[in-house]
Design a protein around this ligand. Structure first.
Ligand code: SF4
Length: 437
């Protein structure tokens, strides 16, 4: 269930229906003002809404005082074990304080921080980590780690409420993806405060991104989670922001910059797709417009499933085609394909519309039709997908007839094979496989 309450961290709303906020954490020593500010700017440029900085020493508070003034995005001070630093971070003007009430020295010290935060109107993020649950929950943790995480979080929420403080968000973090999913689902049913999502120590850019996409993506698809941080073992905090955005864009929760579509390639591939896609992706990084750009490895299927893309390219051995909104624009030599694609993108963005030369369009369309005709009998991944989709749509009616017509449309016989069926009822996001038994 989505959170009902909303808090504000600086000028960023969290929860209560606000867009899911993207945050990252600097990897620099906060006391190193220049290095920290440079990383904060990189995070902001990549689309970070919020940034967290570690404040483990007095000298970090000194830098924090300047950082909160200069930072282009709100700054959250990350405090552990030392409530005095939390008080000083609030006085330094931090836009939010993150602390674990279980490791700050007892309820009295939590109360002191809360009292100061209330006076300064500083929101807090309170959280529990799977590695640091209070002692009285250790036995429960062994029996049921999910219940133990949720119990710890609820206890902290109740402590805050006893202190008459409600300006906070809550996080439960675990290195286990299933436990992260299950505990946040459960917590979202028990409290209505905004939730911060993350997978602790997720790993390298590759494995950490995947774990985060699975864990956070599952929760976000269910409407659980109001702000996210992707924890990656890289010095480049902005990489975490980029991954977070890809997850949010994939779920259509937020829109930012271009979306790249690329075919998975197969034996029909006609050019060096790896290089071309990497080049297109790199060049698209400098665009802010939410354009969709497709790269197809061959023209055998025509423009096919990429017909909804704003721009695209599809290649053959010596030549390729640039297309826009499902229609051919012009044919270009293979080696100019990417450069000319960006010429068209820039021109279109500048003019606010895509213009085409009628002769070039005709020439491109003829070229495409010729390649499609020459390969009409090919059972490409896209054609198989189209046949499966037709079968699924027709599943209420006479399925075999629908498959026969889909195959006939592709110029093929269906033989004896059973059609592939899609079953939405068992989709991963609809499932509840990780909740408690
Ligand atoms: S048939 Fe499809 S997957 Fe294979 S190269 Fe062509 S567009 Fe890519």
């Amino acid at each position: 269930m989505a959170s009902r309450r909303q808090i504000w961290v600086g000028g960023v709303p969290i929860g209560g229906g606000a867009p899911v906020a993207v945050q990252s954490m600097t990897k620099t020593e906060t006391a190193d003002y220049e290095a920290t500010m440079s990383q904060i700017r990189a995070v902001a440029d990549a689309g970070g809404d919020l940034v967290r900085v570690a404040v483990p020493r007095e000298k970090d508070v000194d830098a924090l005082r300047r950082i909160v003034v200069e930072s282009p995005i709100p700054v959250i001070a990350d405090i552990h074990f030392n409530h005095t630093l939390a008080l000083k971070a609030i006085d330094a003007g931090a836009h939010c304080i993150r602390l674990n009430p279980g490791n700050i020295g007892g309820p009295d010290k939590v109360a002191e921080v809360v009292e100061r935060a209330t006076r300064a109107r500083t929101p807090m993020r309170i959280g529990v980590n799977s590695g640091s649950l209070p002692k009285h929950l250790h036995e429960l943790e062994r029996e049921n780690p999910v219940e133990a995480l949720v119990a710890a979080a609820v206890e902290f929420v109740e402590l805050m409420e006893r202190l008459e403080f409600e300006d906070f968000k809550v996080s439960i973090k675990s290195t286990s993806v299933p436990n992260t999913i299950a505990s946040n689902r459960l917590l979202s049913e028990r409290i209505d405060y905004p939730l911060h999502l993350g997978i602790t120590e997720a790993g390298t850019k590759w494995s950490g991104s995947l774990k985060s996409a699975v864990g956070l993506g599952t929760l976000l698809a269910d409407g659980v989670g109001d702000t996210v941080r992707i924890s990656l073992s890289t010095f480049h905090a902005e990489e975490e922001v980029k991954v977070a955005w890809e997850i949010l864009k994939a779920l259509k929760l937020r829109e930012r910059g271009p979306v790249l579509i690329a075919c998975p390639t197969c034996g029909r591939l006609q050019f060096d797709m790896d290089t071309v896609v990497a080049d297109v992706e790199r060049r698209l990084e400098s665009y802010e417009e939410p354009i969709e750009v497709a790269v197809l490895g061959c023209a055998v299927n025509g423009i096919g499933e990429a017909s909804h893309a704003d721009f695209g390219i599809t290649g053959a051995k010596n030549e390729g085609l640039i297309f826009a909104e499902g229609k051919p624009l012009r044919k270009v030599p293979q080696e100019r394909l990417v450069d000319e694609l960006f010429v068209e993108i820039d021109r279109s963005l500048e003019r606010g519309r895509t213009e085409a030369d009628a002769d070039q369009v005709r020439e491109g369309a003829d070229w495409l039709r010729r390649i499609e005709d020459e390969n009409a009998g090919e059972l490409t991944p896209e054609r198989i997908a189209a046949m499966e989709a037709a079968a699924a749509v027709a599943s209420d009616g006479d399925e075999s007839e629908a498959v026969t017509s889909a195959l006939a449309a592709e110029g093929r016989d269906d033989g004896e094979d059973e059609p592939v069926r899609l079953d939405e009822a068992i989709s991963p996001t609809a499932g509840r496989r990780f909740t408690r038994a």
